[in-house]
Design a binder for this molecule. Structure first.
Ligand code: GLY
Length: 564
């Protein structure tokens, strides 16, 4: 039975269609290629790209651009993304399309009377960072795809032009922010009825301006967006609405190639996205800690298992709050993913009792050995051995809610992912310190964790998730369920999830884990926040016999896996 449920509190954005019966994830298998996204039209667009002679990179770019049309409350070219690619030749590429702060941004720009004002960093002109997703998609397509970018974006433009039917999931997300969308004329025109209500379920949503924007990019190239009319129109609107960014901020933007994070876990190689993602660092760090425990003998949904993983999460998130930021601006210690540091942290975990983690740890050579410099996840793979994990976002539902007139592009509110003030929580309840303070041109810290797992050098899993900081926990658990417990992809995505981010001191956990386990966790001192549904992860894996590629979407929402 499918039931729409609203998660409250810090995860209010994460309205999902929840399958509460513990069913396995929906999957599709094929020998030529597989893809999984949160929307049927996006998965089909990816599959079509592969059938037309494209590879997994083309499929991912097609899916990403289509999601910007049909799932625009989560991601789009007004936002950012991280793309992790394992190429057929075995090389790994990490493309950072994270937004940047405008040149005139200042550390204290969201303080009013000495206190951070979340309204300013979450809604309206001041909340917007310079978008990076388009630069990243185009770079991935140009350097690693086979199809012309113009062809891929034209297919997505056609979907924007023809429209699609609003389903209950889309409506729920739209309706949850209807009050804020009313404040912005262009957003109101596209997404609301004449009365200012959310367009209802069954309505056909056409986005003519977005189609026009996609076509202009297709015909004139991404320079039209970053150095042409789009950038100029954005500057004009921002100037008259209190925003900071200018055409020159757009012109300075470039997607960056980064060195991926590599660690090993029980004989597999885990490849994650480096800072400004915190995801790669902390998925690796938590796995390194967990290697010191025999999780298999504990059992996947046991109190011992949840307890140990939670304790590791707390230690990692305490480090996240202190150490993590844009590596082009602050030193992020490589020692965070060192095995010896994990061994030290593992010794702090007590089986009998939840610990009080009062502060961050201190990896070796923390100052010297540093990294060089709402949301959606999709994964794709092809028979040649190209694998993609891409997580994209405009941050919270419909981002800043701003659509600059005539563009159809929903702009992000990624500035809220900076730490507006040391200790002040952002939308997700995350706290940060100096490392993630605002600075001109800096990229806000992210939790997006696109990850690829290799075994004996061959890719076996591409995974990632949506849901702010819970992305790290969902990605981690999918890897652990797969490697430690040998679950197939469908079960790994369906098994109960939990998340602890150090502050607040609260273990968010899915109810389906069972009363007995919940009671035991409480007895050990965990403060529980029991939820019906946690997150949205998509993945592609090889089937256990290695004969086919399997795509699977999270059973907690309506997604689509497709293969051929
Ligand atoms: N905007 C959520 C994240 O990047 O973590």
């Amino acid at each position: 039975m499918q039931v729409a449920r609203k998660l409250c509190g810090a995860l209010a954005f994460c309205l999902l269609i929840f399958s509460g019966d513990g069913a396995k994830a929906d999957s599709a298998a094929g020998k030529q290629g597989a893809i999984a996204t949160v929307h049927a039209l996006a998965s089909e667009a990816g599959l079509r790209a592969m059938r037309r002679g494209g590879n997994a990179v083309d499929a991912a770019v097609a899916a990403g651009l289509t999601l910007g049309v049909v799932d625009g409350f989560n991601s789009g070219i007004g936002g950012g993304c991280f793309i992790l690619i394992r190429r057929a030749n075995g090389r790994i590429v990490a493309i950072d399309g994270r937004e940047t702060a405008p040149a005139t941004a200042t550390r204290d720009m969201y303080l009013r009377d000495g206190k951070a004002d979340p309204q300013l960093s979450q809604t309206g002109a001041l909340a917007v960072g310079v978008p990076g997703a388009l630069a990243a998609y185009e770079q991935a397509s140009r350097l690693y795809g086979k199809l012309p970018f113009r062809e891929i974006i034209e297919a997505a433009a056609k979907i924007a032009e023809d429209g699609f039917q609003i389903d209950p999931g889309y409506f729920a997300r739209l309706n949850s922010v209807v009050g804020d969308l009313r404040r912005f004329d262009s957003a109101r025109e596209i997404f609301l009825t004449q009365n200012g209500d959310a367009r209802p379920v069954g309505d056909w949503l056409k986005q003519a301006d977005l189609a026009k924007t996609y076509r202009a990019i297709g015909e004139q190239g991404v320079d039209w967006f970053y150095r042409g009319a789009f950038a100029r129109d954005n500057e004009t609107w921002m100037r008259s609405h209190g925003g900071l960014f200018t055409a020159s901020d757009f012109a300075k933007y470039s997607a960056k190639s980064r060195e991926p994070i590599r660690t090993t876990y029980r004989g597999c190689e885990i490849i994650g996205f480096p800072p400004p993602s915190s995801g790669g660092v902390h998925v690796a760090q938590i796995l390194n800690i967990l290697e010191h425990f025999d999780l298999q003998s504990m059992g996947a949904s046991s109190a011992d298992f949840v307890h140990v993983v939670t304790e590791a999460m707390k230690l990692a998130f305490a480090d996240r709050a202190h150490w993590l930021g844009d590596p082009d601006f602050v030193p992020v210690p490589r020692g965070l993913v060192a095995k010896n540091y994990a061994a030290k942290l593992a010794r702090q975990v007590r089986l009998a009792r939840a610990s009080l983690v009062s502060d961050h740890g201190e990896p070796e050579r923390a100052q010297q050995d540093v990294f060089g410099k709402h949301t959606t996840h999709f994964s794709a793979a092809d028979a040649d051995g190209n694998w993609v994990a891409c997580t994209a976002t405009i941050n919270t539902t419909y981002g800043s809610k701003v659509v600059v007139p005539g563009t159809g592009v929903v702009l992000n509110n990624e500035m809220d992912d900076f730490s507006a003030q040391p200790g002040a929580a952002n939308f997700f309840g995350l706290v940060g310190a100096e490392a993630n303070a605002i600075a001109p041109g800096k990229r806000p810290l992210s939790s997006m964790s696109p990850t690829i797992v290799l075994k004996r050098g061959k890719p076996i899993l591409s995974v990632g998730a949506a849901g702010g900081p819970t992305i790290i926990s969902q990605t981690l658990l999918t890897i652990v369920y797969t490697i430690d417990f040998g679950m197939d992809l469908e079960s790994a995505l369906a098994t109960a999830r939990f998340h602890h981010q150090w502050k607040p001191d609260e273990l968010m956990i899915e109810k389906k884990i069972g009363d007995e386990v919940l009671r035991e966790l409480e007895r050990r001192g965990h403060k529980l926040k029991i939820v019906n549904s946690l997150g949205a992860a998509q993945a592609v894996a090889t089937d256990p016999r290695g004969k086919a590629l399997v795509g699977a979407h999270d059973p907690r929402l309506h997604g689509k896996a497709a293969a051929w």
